[in-house]
Design a binder for this molecule. Structure first.
Ligand code: GMT
Length: 375
């Protein structure tokens, strides 16, 4: 099949997921065309049947806001026509679903039907998309998609709650390549981080408000009072400074390791003992799944779809948003005892297998085949 994929090319979960999907589809012999404003971060290395089309947004003195969506729709039209695409799969509704609708209507006038599959990822529905400034266009363009998918049951429900959607929303869970995360810890790396055999707690995110990184620091504060521990914080964003400040105020800054944005997450997960995800909302929590695939148990909130990924008492524990006391207590329960920790590690790894790429890619292919019977 000839598939156009539209996504955000940055470190966010939706872009990572879309890029990994495109790479996996290409490996299965499909022709995949990425249409984005920048090379997707995970699109590293040459794969012959992957094409990357950069959306150029010309500036003009009149434009305070260069019209990205128009440039995106025009690029989609070019790629559909030049490569005779069979379908478009857009990730994150804003502005991808509405740009796809525009492109679809343009090529329709020239006799070409292009099915649009829209995958909803989270904040496109629960945060940004709900904003009145965007909501009517988001609802309209989702309804115009030929297929709508959501990455968890919770996000499906949230979408129905927040928008007047008149179509079925199908749940296709996020996935990971379990072989990629099945790494042995690098001893040298572990020694630098935790020279005295401290437990390593890990948080990775875009440090936005919704992640409540201050709760990660608070949980760690309680943990390090009881056992030798270090906290590794990966990623960057608006709340990083506040988290650093919080660490200084609590007098534990020397136990915090902020490493900024990193690409080789599998090396990092491999040295961790526990993953902390204290978000106010997560549609799914791809980072938690990556941790589990790396044999790292998870302490998370029970917000959104996190309960569909992290299983209470099996792969880790869940607590109400802001309930630092429970999260700390459960973290200590897991970390205090080697046997308990190893049991959680093993179960986290086993549970992650059901989200393996091999199981999920065929679900997307089956959706595509509805529109492309003989390709
Ligand atoms: O919030 C983020 O981490 C970024 C955001 C994105 O769209 O890139 O993530 C959302 O999509 C991910 C992939 O489907 C999910 O795993 C995240 O849970 C979701 N984030 C939120 O719902 C806040």
């Amino acid at each position: 099949m000839r598939i156009g994929i539209v996504c955000y090319p940055t470190y966010g979960g939706s872009g990572v997921l879309a890029t990994e999907l495109g790479k996996a589809l290409a490996e299965k012999g499909h022709f995949v065309h990425f249409i984005t404003y920048q090379q997707p971060v995970r699109l590293n290395g040459f794969i012959p049947n992957i094409y990357y089309h950069e959306v150029q947004v010309p500036t003009y003195p009149l434009f305070d806001f260069p019209p990205y969506e128009t440039a995106l729709a025009s690029t989609m039209v070019d790629v559909i026509k030049n490569y005779n695409l069979d379908l478009l799969h857009v990730h994150y509704a804003i502005p991808h679903a509405s740009a796809a609708y525009m492109a679809k209507k343009i090529v329709e006038r020239e006799g070409k039907h292009i099915p649009v599959i829209t995958t909803l990822h989270g904040t496109d529905i629960t945060l940004v998309g709900r904003d009145k400034t965007y909501a009517p266009v988001v609802a309209f363009s989702i309804n115009q998609s030929d297929v709508i998918t959501a990455v968890s049951n919770n996000l499906r429900e949230e979408t129905y709650k927040n928008f007047d959607i008149r179509k079925d929303i199908e749940v296709v869970y996020n996935f990971i390549d379990v072989t990629r995360f099945n790494h042995k810890p690098l001893d040298a790396f572990k020694k630098v981080l935790a020279p005295n055999g401290e437990r390593i707690l890990l948080h990775a995110s875009n440090f936005r408000k919704i992640k409540r990184v201050q709760d990660v620091v608070k949980v760690f504060y309680e943990v390090q009072k009881n056992i030798p521990a270090k906290l590794l914080l990966v990623g960057d964003g608006p709340e990083r400074q506040t988290a650093e400040e919080h660490g200084r105020e609590l007098g534990i800054f020397d136990k915090l390791v902020f490493v900024g944005k990193q690409e080789q997450m599998e090396e990092i997960f491999a040295v961790a003992d526990l993953f902390l995800l204290t978000s106010e909302y997560e549609s799914f929590g791809l980072a938690a799944l990556e941790a589990m695939a790396s044999r790292v148990p998870v302490i998370s909130t029970n917000a959104g779809g996190l309960g569909e990924v992290n299983v209470e008492g099996v792969t880790g524990f869940l607590a109400n948003v802001g309930d630092v006391a429970t999260m700390s207590e459960k973290a200590l329960y897991i970390l205090k005892d080697d046997t308990i920790l190893n049991e959680f590690k093993q179960r986290a790894f086993e549970h992650a297998q059901q989200f393996n790429i091999d199981a999920i890619i065929p679900e997307y292919e089956a959706i595509y085949r509805r529109f492309c019977k003989d390709c």
